[in-house]
Design a protein around this ligand. Structure first.
Ligand code: ADP
Length: 453
């Protein structure tokens, strides 16, 4: 999101800058950088020095800054280290310290998830940064499962702060950076309205907080990059198509897949693309696929692309032999194949248990592939069931094998009505999931908080 949104905000006439930790990524080594600021701050009793570098060419369409803190941020992985608390808190201290040194104050500071969740608090409650206290802050929550919990023994990591405000840091006797951001940010956004609704009932302990703060929360769907994801120009596809050539174009792509994976082109092709993890309900796929082929009959084909939990990977691989001709899978990450699958499939299955926004269903629809989704989070907000007026997808409620197979049964029935399929494809390919729309909604949020200054 921070790679796309600022570009679109820039096209709407705003100046958006992005700052993130300087991980040791390929992007870092492949690009040229200039040092724009050097500073120092303390993390508890430890004094550290930080450097802010800026990408020189503006190749992303916005200014990208990286914060380097020797020994903490210069790692290959983003998170998962024992000292993540020290890494992310020092990053946030450096960012606030740097912004505090700017000649002009920013109009809005927009933070994402718990990793940047202490920034609104620091701007409001640290004595050294008092001149930032009236700068509005916005928090976007992508995933509320991870909250960055840290013990009160680490409260001195935050630069000298007003002790009367301890309640903003605290949630259940620990410092909870996500909860703190929800309390301190002027406005909170989640990446769909339904995800926001679900957080009030299921958010890893923050349920009462979401209920209490609902007045300042809004849902804004992520967009997709419609230049990359375009069946007319997609560089990963050998067979391009547009609205008038959809039927022939999709068939040509489907043929490629069916030839490569030994599937039957005359039957509806249902695909799954994504991480093979519990959040995506990938563990239900083997049984759902087996049951569908057994109970509905061998009237559909499946193709799965993904990687994740070894046990699920193993099951999805071992099914290839017994279900040959009806099912196939590729374990691993394959960008080209994913594009070919979005283009060539008839249906995309997403039985997710949790899906804050979900992009796959949007990509699929742009390529005329009908989504079969569980009604959760962003899936609920972007897919309307064919049973409803104007509906164009297949929806089900529970993350249960029986619900998935019933949805597959409905898809097979729909596929028999080819005129209906053609009409739905035409409809979904024209839905607007672009960033232009979402970027404007974020600008509206910024303007809203600016009014409160
Ligand atoms: P999220 O990270 O949003 O929870 P996923 O990891 O399932 O969801 O998918 C995110 C994006 O990565 C999607 O655009 C999907 O097309 C792509 N993707 C996921 N797994 C694979 C894979 N094995 N091969 C190619 N692309 C993949």
């Amino acid at each position: 999101m921070v790679g796309a949104l600022p570009k679109y905000q820039a096209s709407l006439g705003h100046v958006a800058k992005v700052v993130m930790p300087m991980y040791r990524t390929k992007f870092l080594y492949d690009n040229s950088w200039e040092v724009v600021h050097k500073g120092g701050a303390s993390l508890g009793n430890w004094w550290f020095e930080y450097t802010v570098i800026k990408e020189k060419t503006n190749k992303l369409g916005f200014d990208l800054y990286l914060v380097d803190i020797n020994g903490l941020l210069d790692r290959e992985k983003i998170y998962g280290y024992n000292d993540d608390t020290e890494r992310f808190v020092s990053f946030q201290v450096a960012v606030v310290d740097w912004i505090a040194a700017w000649k002009h104050k920013p109009s809005v500071v927009h933070v994402h998830d718990y990793h940047a969740g202490l920034i609104p608090f620091m701007m409001q409650s640290c004595f050294d940064y008092q001149h930032l206290r009236n700068v509005p802050t916005v928090l976007t929550i992508h995933n509320a499962q991870y909250q960055g919990w840290m013990g009160w023994d680490k409260s001195n990591y935050i630069p000298h702060w007003d002790g009367w405000r301890w309640g903003n840091l605290d949630w259940n006797k620990t410092i909870n950076p996500l909860a703190c951001a929800i309390k301190c940010a002027w406005k909170v956004t989640t990446v769909s309205w339904s995800y926001l609704e679900e957080l009030r009932y299921n958010s890893n302990g923050l349920e009462p907080l979401f209920e209490y703060e609902k007045g300042k929360c809004v849902g804004i769907l992520n967009g997709i990059d419609t230049k990359v994801w375009d069946p007319v120009t997609d560089s990963y596809l050998d067979e391009h198509f547009s609205l008038p050539t959809t039927a022939a174009g999709k068939l040509a792509n489907k043929k490629k897949l069916c030839d490569a994976f030994n599937l039957n082109i005359d039957q509806p092709l249902i695909v799954f693309i994504g991480r093979l993890v519990g959040e995506k309900a990938a563990d239900l796929l083997p049984r759902a696929i087996g049951d569908a082929l057994y109970y509905i009959g061998q009237r559909m084909n499946f193709l799965v692309l993904g990687s994740g939990e070894p046990q699920v990977e193993q099951q999805l691989s071992s099914m290839r032999g017994p279900l040959m001709g009806y099912y196939n899978s590729q374990i691993g990450y394959n960008e080209k194949l994913s594009h070919e699958m979005y283009a060539g499939a008839d249906f995309l299955l997403m039985p997710s248990r949790v899906e804050p926004c979900g992009l796959n269903q949007m990509y699929a629809m742009r390529y005329g592939t009908i989504p079969i989704v569980r009604r959760t989070g962003g899936l609920k907000d972007t897919v309307k069931d064919i049973g409803e007026t104007g509906g164009y997808g297949i929806c089900f409620n529970q993350d249960a094998v029986g619900d998935i197979t019933h949805a597959i049964y409905r898809a097979v029935g729909l596929y028999e009505q080819q005129d209906k399929i053609a009409a739905i494809r035409k409809q979904i390919m024209q839905l607007d999931f672009s960033w232009d729309k979402s970027a404007q909604q974020y600008i509206d949020v910024y303007e809203d908080v600016r009014l409160k200054v």
